[in-house]
Design a protein around this ligand. Structure first.
Ligand SMILES: [Zn+2]
Ligand SMILES: [Zn+2]
Length: 363
């Protein structure tokens, strides 16, 4: 029987291509032939601080290679179907799962000993828990979504980031016609928020970023952003006031990777009774944060992470519609033996100008 090749993150900043046995499939499970995987910021963070060896990569699109009869019935898919995967492996039984909030199920929370795709030890059989692999094991708790054949792979692997965009902008922030949204940080998540806000009919979408991200800021305009603000050359508060005729933003979402300054800024550029969404970890305190502003402006602050089944469907519908030129986000693609370069590039330590970095295990 053939073997499976996978790139295993073995230590910090190190991956090695290893061989694994093809798992045997029960009536409840299956095997996915991985087509393409988008590299996520979470993959980069895990790559930098690896605890025990694991196959990273969880923005996965692929083809059902093999599937048990029960799984085929429950998931509504058959061998040969193209699917996009969620990273979660929810139990389906707990209160969170029953409420549809399965991203909060403790069995899929890797920080609490749970398992999820792209962040589970190879010591747990059958080891194929990540996308940087020719095949991925489809666990009975896997969440799969059919992906139409006409969607280009680089767009298909944008499903999960875009699902976050729809979750935060549409389902949590009620962005729609007439709303003004400011997005801090023109990375994958920022672009996803631009797309979701525009798809929802937002009147004005403004993207804020540094001079070093000027290319991304310009790309955000090609995706539909109405204006950009360069924090290196412009005063953000003044500029947002100017762009909104002094009204400021209904919703501000922070998806910048480092530094707490965007958070203090968010509270200044949001309008009275507006909403500030914190959606990127800082791994640091925000010392200059003025909590009185929350009171004085009657603000709502939400910390948000992840997506729901519904927002993934919204993302797939948006991508499949071809309304937005999502392909322009793709910046790099690498094979299995270059997963290190892919992860470094996505983390800003490899090839220049990363945005959507992908891995193609069969390339
Ligand atoms: Zn991710
Ligand atoms: Zn659960």
């Amino acid at each position: 029987m053939r073997k499976v090749l996978a790139a295993v993150a073995t230590a910090s900043y190190e991956t090695r291509v290893q061989e694994f046995a093809v798992p045997s499939i029960s009536p409840n499970s299956g095997l996915l032939k991985v087509e393409m995987v988008g590299v996520c910021g979470t993959d980069v963070a895990n790559y930098r601080h690896i605890s025990d060896p694991r196959i990273l990569g969880h923005h996965v699109v692929g083809y059902i290679e093999q599937i048990g009869a029960d799984a085929a019935t429950k998931w509504g898919v058959k061998e040969g179907d193209r699917v996009a995967m969620e990273e979660y492996l929810p139990c389906g039984q707990c209160e969170r799962c029953r409420e549809g909030l399965y991203r909060a199920c403790q069995f899929t929370d890797s920080r609490r000993g749970g398992m999820r795709y792209g962040n589970t030890s190879i010591g747990i059989e059958p080891s194929l828990w990540g996308g940087f692999s020719q095949y991925m094991y489809l666990h009975p708790s896997a969440v799969v979504h059919k992906m139409p054949e006409h969607v280009p792979a680089p767009e298909a692997v944008f499903t999960l980031p875009l699902a976050n965009g729809f979750e935060w902008m549409c389902l949590e922030a009620n962005v729609g016609v007439g709303k003004t949204v400011v997005i801090q940080g023109p990375g994958q998540q920022g672009m996803a928020c631009v797309l979701a806000a525009k798809a929802a009919g937002a009147e004005k979408v403004i993207v804020v970023g540094r001079q070093t991200s000027i290319r991304r800021l310009e790309l955000s305009q090609q995706l539909g952003a109405d204006a950009i603000v360069n924090t290196t050359t412009e005063n953000v508060v003044d500029r947002i006031a100017e762009l909104t005729d002094g009204n400021m933003a209904d919703v501000v979402v922070d998806v910048t990777s480092g530094g707490s300054e965007p958070i203090t800024q968010a509270f200044q550029i949001v309008k009275n009774r507006g909403l500030v969404i914190l959606a990127a970890y800082k791994y640091a305190k925000v010392p200059e944060w003025d909590s009185d502003l929350v009171l004085a402006k009657s603000l709502t602050v939400k910390g948000l992470r992840g997506h729901s089944y519904r927002s993934v469907k919204m993302a797939i519908n948006c991508i499949a519609s071809g309304t937005f030129p999502i392909s322009i986000l793709q910046s790099h693609s690498f094979g299995l033996n270059q997963v290190d370069v892919a992860l470094r590039t996505a983390g800003g330590e490899g090839e220049p100008n990363p945005l959507l970095v992908a891995v193609e295990p069969w390339a």
